[in-house]
Design a protein around this ligand. Structure first.
Ligand SMILES: C[S@@+](CC[C@H](N)C(=O)[O-])C[C@H]1O[C@@H](n2cnc3c(N)ncnc32)[C@H](O)[C@@H]1O
Length: 234
């Protein structure tokens, strides 16, 4: 079994949506910067794709900012898609697709071009050659001038920096569960079921893969240790 399939479990979905997502440091700023980029880009947002949408947190923010846009939310986890449908129940322009983007043929199931593709904390489960292929496929699915924005875990340059990130995350999780001893939160963090599915790649390499795919204005727009918002314009 592909390790990232842990996300198909209702329990993993629940614990991410109820706990981890709310604890992510700078979550509001990440969305703010993502929306600023989409607003600043001359290309109007009429159609966008959310890759590995989870409960649709990114799509919901984009639809609030661009209410007439049409959203395609793609995920391979039925419990996540259920949560996304629930969150966006009042959004007339949201479509949901159960699809595995590690299958090389996934773009053939979509009608491009899109005015933006976003992804949140999802692609890091793929081996590096698949990440590169995904960036190329996103480039092909985008209209000229459209943006790809990837909010992602990237590898830390050194174990020391990784440990600072881990401690920050444990503090944030503990802040959400202050009645639990920090040691219990720490142990749960280090033993989380999706951890084994992580294949983190360096930020610099990923920026280069985006340039190689043809993207311009490639940059990391916001970063706090392992969490980076990066992308480019097609
Ligand atoms: C950590 S969650 C993030 C959800 C949401 N994007 C967010 O920002 O909170 C990762 C999501 O990616 C989805 N995912 C992982 N691998 C996938 C794949 N190969 N194809 C489609 N979805 C995938 C998981 O099912 C899960 O919903």
């Amino acid at each position: 079994m592909n390790l990232s399939e842990v996300w198909k479990s209702a329990q993993v979905t629940h614990s991410y949506l109820e706990g981890v997502r709310a604890a992510i440091p700078l979550a509001a700023e990440q969305i703010d910067v993502l929306l600023r980029l989409l607003h600043a880009n001359p290309r109007p947002i009429t159609r966008f794709l959310d890759l590995g949408c989870g409960d649709g947190v990114l799509s919901a923010a984009i639809l609030s900012a661009f209410p007439s846009a049409h959203a395609t939310l793609l995920d391979f986890s039925e419990p996540m898609l259920h949560a996304a449908r629930k969150r966006l129940v009042n959004s007339p322009h949201a479509a949901f697709l159960n699809l595995d983007y590690s299958d090389p043929t996934w773009p053939t199931h979509l009608n491009g071009p899109f005015d933006a593709i976003v992804s949140g904390f999802s692609i890091h489960h793929q081996p590096d050659p698949v990440k590169r292929r995904l960036y190329q496929q996103c480039f092909q699915l985008l209209a000229p001038g459209a943006m790809f924005l990837n909010l992602e875990h990237v590898s830390s340059p050194t174990p020391w920096l990784e440990s600072i990130y881990d401690n920050l995350m444990i503090d944030c999780l503990h802040g959400l569960n202050p009645t639990q001893p920090r040691t219990a939160v720490e142990s749960a963090y280090h033993n989380r079921p999706d951890k084994a599915a992580n294949i983190l790649a360096p930020l610099d390499a990923q920026l280069q893969w985006l340039r190689d795919a043809g993207f311009t204005h490639v940059d990391c727009y916001l970063k706090i240790f392992e969490l980076a918002l990066f992308g480019g314009r097609a």
